[in-house]
Design a protein around this ligand. Sequence first.
Ligand code: BGC
Length: 470
Amino acid sequence: MADLTIRSIESRQRGIWYLVGVCVATTIGGFLFGYDTAVISGCVDFIQRKFELGPDMTGWIVSSVLLGCIIGSAASGAIADRFGRKSVLQLSSVLLLLSAIGSMLAQTVTQLVAVRLLGGLGVGMTAMASPMYMSEIAPAHFRGRMVSLYQLAITIGIVCSFYINAVLLKYSQTHIESNADGFLHWISVAEAWRGMFGAEAIPAVLYILLLGFIPESPRWLIRQGKVERARVILQHVMRDDEVEHSLTDVKEAISHESNSVFELFRPGLRLALLIGIALPLFSQFSGINAVMYFGPTLLKDVGFEVGGAMGGAILIGIINCLFTGIAIWKVDSFGRRPLLLIGVSGACLSLVGAALLFPMADVPNLWKLVPLLTYCACFSFSYGPVCWVVIGEIFPIRYRGRAVSIATAAIWLGAFSVSQLFPRMLKQFGAAGCFGIYAGLTACAIVFIYYFLQETKGRTLEQIEQGWVK
Ligand code: BGC
């Protein structure tokens, strides 16, 4: 008996390490997502000077990646349903590598826009497939934590890109007088923006290599009738009795479903679709990317020195990472709903605080940084991770890929609109007006979450699916 217990503990620990390995491999996609979308902030001035770009072409350089993300996430759902989750992840990893190398070597601005678009396709695909893949492989009591790690990787990617941009900038400034030449000098000193893009090739290669070792999603395999292969994978992460339960539940769920994505408009499931689109849009319309990417501009506008503004932006990035830890810790015990309600309310109050403080000329600068930091902290343990967790778990298995595609495309559409509109809004309404608008939209989100979002912690994907139908 004691022997059996020890063996079962050992196999559970092995299972956890197996999951951690799968998780690490998959989250590199999140890192690349964060890096790729943030790196442009450090490169754009150099590129503008190098290619002598006007505002329109500069806009294209910045937004091409986001357009690629919208297309990549919208198009890859059908691929994920047809060819598997792992295939989409692998395709995304190759696109990300090609984009990193292509951006580093681009000779014309058209080439640069094209390879940035390619990178966007890769980011869109990985953002669509990773949370879904993780949800499908993790046991119910672990799922939220695992998917939240993905958000942590995004935030680490963002901070790394800020950091690498700053290091390369400094390096190029201190070595610009040297007579050296050659490839390394070209990409790190003469045209340092090339190095900023190119650095992404290293994690991209690692991503390609590690993805070779991860298994296909067991739930997708069952759907394809490959039950034995799915059983072997599930045995790594669950006890034998849980495996049999899981196999029966998934088969049962599939037998009740039609293959058409239009099923999502059926009563019950309509709510899943509404949540899957509204939650990502609300999260983006709280203005996270305005704060993340225009943070230095905002801080400079209220009187920060350039160095202080850059420092403030890095601090925002670090807070973003640290507070994601709360979600990783609590999302499976406390639950998705409470985390969202508390975090989104905190984000709303912080935005109101920023709207009130920013116009006050006699308030010390540092005070103006505080609401931005509390906003980021609140976003980081709520909207940031929980959005990915919810998107990955609320849709039925047969058309999960296509449905997650719609939800992820909503995230990118939101991100695209905010980054396109923010500069104009800033000019028209000022920072306080922008924060006021984001606060209003965030208040609507609280009402939406309160009335519509159901708790999914600890339930298997099949139980969640049943819940909608009932
Ligand atoms: C969002 C991004 C955002 C990032 C910030 C992600 O979940 O999709 O738009 O920049 O979080 O941490």
